[in-house]
Design a protein around this ligand. Sequence first.
Ligand code: AMP
Ligand code: MG
Length: 301
Amino acid sequence: MKRIVPLILILCLLLSGCSGVKSAEKTVYAMDTVMDIRLWGEGAEAAAQELEQMLYTLEKTYDATDENSPLSRDALTVEQKTLLTRAEALSRRTGGSFDPRLGGIMKLWGFYDKNYTVPARESLEAAPKTWDLGGIVKGYAGELAVQLLTKTSVAYGILSLGGNVQTYGEKPDGTPWQVGIQDPQGGDPVGILSLNGTMAAVTSGSYQRYFESSGKCYHHIIDPATGCPAESDLVSVTVVSESGVTADALSTALFVMGLERGAEFWRQSTDFEAVFLTAEGKIYATAGAVLSGCEYEVIEK
Ligand code: AMP
Ligand code: MG
């Protein structure tokens, strides 16, 4: 299995130093991925440390791979349970393309213990519907980070949470945050998204986590209708939203839906924009996405 990080490259971070603004930078390994925290403003160092602890706590709380985690033991606090309620609402909204109860299926494919195998259809059908919030928890981490930062004197910052980017505040020069969309082949970003203020940009891609068996590639985004890796015409979807949880759930769901159904889903929605990379190597962006550095087709309302 290959894991490629960072999934979204953060550009345009040459802001500290010359301005005399206090800043902090921290790299954290959590949730099976490398995360980067960059903050500017008074108390940046202390805030970065708090964020690091928050990430470790989230990782332990919602760890579907650990039978003893609060999630697996059904021992979440009332506040922690609100994420389950939101996940269920997003599952309904997406007609089940986002399904937070694919734990049994993820385990059968070997994504939990990295003992990969192609399960028999009968065992997939019989798999227990246990919670797996892997499709949403990093977006939630971005939301919690914003909540935490609003209580500090940090003026602005950017977090790269393994495929999820969370921006916070406005840069002092007034220019937007610029986030590169990862090239699935690992080259330079295929395009640059501009984000204003506090926003989440989340990418789901078949190249992010997968294994090969008998010459076939099996990735980690499951089509709940089959229990198998989604046979999407996409290689990645990036969703931009004010809500990290929404962006994260929808990036997973739109990947499952594919380009046509995903574009239609966007037309019925008002709370996100999306960039689709197809298996054919084409790029499509919804009308409100601010994308540069590439040729793409605009999806109109
Ligand atoms: P993401 O990278 O956000 O698309 O999330 C993928 C992760 O979410 C997987 O590693 C699983 O833990 C979980 N997952 C896989 N398929 C789905 C799905 N259809 N709906 C919700 N979660 C999923
Ligand atoms: Mg997701």
